[in-house]
Design a protein around this ligand. Sequence first.
Ligand code: SF4
Length: 92
Amino acid sequence: MPRQLAEEGACRFDPDLHAGPDVFIDEPADAKAAREQVAREVCAECPVWASCLFYALDARPEAGVWAGLTSEEIAALARGQGVSTPTPREAA
Ligand code: SF4
């Protein structure tokens, strides 16, 4: 993660909320959905949301919630599929 995001991103207060236990172990689907929704809400208020979105589109993370989007949503957006570029509120 770029330094600006690590220092200014709202997720610095709870990185596990965004990366989640699914990075390491299986996470029940309902728990994952709930965690991702809370992470989306945190991202919606993040001061570096736009920088995070551009970073994620370039880095293509394999897990987690970035700029309010899951890794699958980021991959689809990067391929030009799905939604147009979201605003923080739309991503949440
Ligand atoms: S937009 Fe979300 S994932 Fe990106 S830096 Fe902000 S809180 Fe973290």
